[in-house]
Write a protein that binds this ligand. Structure first.
Ligand SMILES: *[C@@H]1O[C@H](CO)[C@@H](O)[C@H](O)[C@H]1NC(C)=O
Ligand SMILES: *[C@@H]1O[C@H](CO)[C@@H](O)[C@H](O)[C@H]1NC(C)=O
Ligand SMILES: *[C@@H]1O[C@H](CO)[C@@H](O)[C@H](O)[C@H]1NC(C)=O
Ligand SMILES: *[C@@H]1O[C@H](CO)[C@@H](O)[C@H](O)[C@H]1NC(C)=O
Length: 362
């Protein structure tokens, strides 16, 4: 889900001002990405042993969270890696295989699609997006930051040497029968993905990247023997799309890298040995900073400027707990920066009005 054009820009601005519901719990999905020791043929068939041994993610849920309606069709993904690529596969159950867009670099989510989001360093800036439909038509783009923070959308960017193929269990664009599923297999070279990491290298064993997946699904009707988008008789327009995601965001907006899943890269070959996922205690501290950042956005919306004192924000994260963990804020006329010590107190975590998080040594 990304938006181009003025109409979509308006939608995004509107959506991204919405806060997560008060009961939104910070608990992104987690996944261990095992290594592949065989050459994966990117053909949309997941028949290699490494794929068979790689675990599936949990089934996707509605973007707004598990309390919303269960998706109509099941979706799951898998990941693998080796020294040259990150591999992503997904299986989308689908009784009506339907795709129309044939030109790469088009806005693919006007069709039913599968989408991949990757923020290597988890700072919420400079993240990648990739979309593909059942015809195998692709769109890759780079976002300098989320739309809410004033994104530059770098559409001319390419994942050079990407391989992405789909296989269809069923017949495409044929409403007279029922289909079963479609499978996506993608290889993204580290030589490209590494570029938006601070270290400019592929991940090392044990490191975690922020990744999310989304499936866009339109309601359809059959007209003159063809699938078309179902029209809402009250508005004369098509119904809004469903968004089914791996890790729920709480709101209809994929562009919140802070709620994407944690993918930890394992040194073990898929199926040979298990790795444990080790949560980073600093992620809770980053989330506290993020909540104060949300409060600052709300304050700015109401008052036309940022609060200059934390107590104006009335955030419970602001309360000191007498162990040196209370946040501090510095402001200028148009900028602010909020800091908190890391869990081991060796570093300082920062967030600023652009939403980026980063750390410095203390
Ligand atoms: C996987 O299936 C494809 C298509 O049937 C076939 O060409 C390929 O050889 C198979 N690969 C393996 C490793 O079985
Ligand atoms: C996709 O559908 C085919 C054909 O019915 C079936 O053989 C296959 O197991 C399905 N794939 C998955 C992963 O469910
Ligand atoms: C994935 O993105 C969706 C939509 O923004 C969000 O609801 C969900 O929390 C994210 N989850 C994970 C694990 O990435
Ligand atoms: C204070 O907050 C920090 C960071 O969340 C936490 O690690 C620490 O245990 C808290 N201390 C007390 C006394 O609650």
């Amino acid at each position: 889900m990304k938006r181009t054009g003025i109409f979509f820009l308006l939608v995004v601005v509107q959506l991204s001002l919405k806060a997560q519901p008060a009961d939104f719990e910070f608990n992104p999905r987690k996944y261990i990405c095992y290594r592949s020791n065989e050459k994966l043929k990117i053909d949309g068939n997941l028949n290699e042993t490494a794929w068979q041994k790689a675990p599936f993610t949990s089934y996707f849920v509605d973007i707004e969270g598990e309390k919303k309606t269960k998706p109509l069709h099941k979706t799951r993904a898998k990941m693998l890696w080796d020294d040259s690529c990150l591999y992503i596969a997904a299986v989308l159950d689908e009784p009506h295989l339907w795709a129309t867009i044939t030109r790469d670099e088009s806005v693919i989510y006007y069709d039913n699609d599968f989408e991949i989001f990757i923020d290597p360093d988890g700072d919420t800036h400079f993240y990648y997006e990739f979309e593909i439909n059942a015809l195998g038509t692709k769109w890759d783009l780079l976002l300098s930051r989320p739309y809410r923070d004033g994104a530059y959308v770098i559409n001319a960017w390419q994942i050079r040497n990407i391989q992405a193929e789909v296989t269809l269990a069923g017949s495409l664009n044929n409403p007279t029968d029922l289909d079963t599923n479609w499978t996506i297999e993608v290889a993204m070279p580290w030589s490209v993905l590494r570029e938006c990491t601070p270290t400019k290298r592929r991940p090392r064993v044990g490191e975690q990247w922020r990744i999310n997946f989304s499936r866009v699904q339109w309601q359809h009707q059959i007209e003159n023997g063809q699938y078309t988008k179902k029209i809402n008789p009250n508005t004369g327009k098509s119904y809004p799309e469903y968004n089914w995601v791996w890790s729920p965001q709480g709101v209809i907006d994929m562009h919140r890298p802070e709620t994407w899943g944690f993918v930890q890269f394992s040194g073990h070959i898929a199926g040979k040995a298990e790795s444990a996922l080790i949560p980073d205690p600093d992620e809770k501290i980053k989330w506290k900073l993020r909540k104060i950042y949300y409060k600052q956005r709300q304050y700015h919306k109401k008052h036309g400027k940022y609060a200059s004192k934390l107590k104006q924000l009335k955030a419970k994260e602001i309360k000191a707990n007498n162990s040196g963990f209370s946040p501090k804020m510095r402001t200028t006329q148009s900028l602010y920066e909020i800091t908190m010590p890391s869990a081991d107190k060796k570093y300082i975590w920062h967030i600023d009005q652009s939403g980026r998080t980063w750390k410095t040594t203390r």
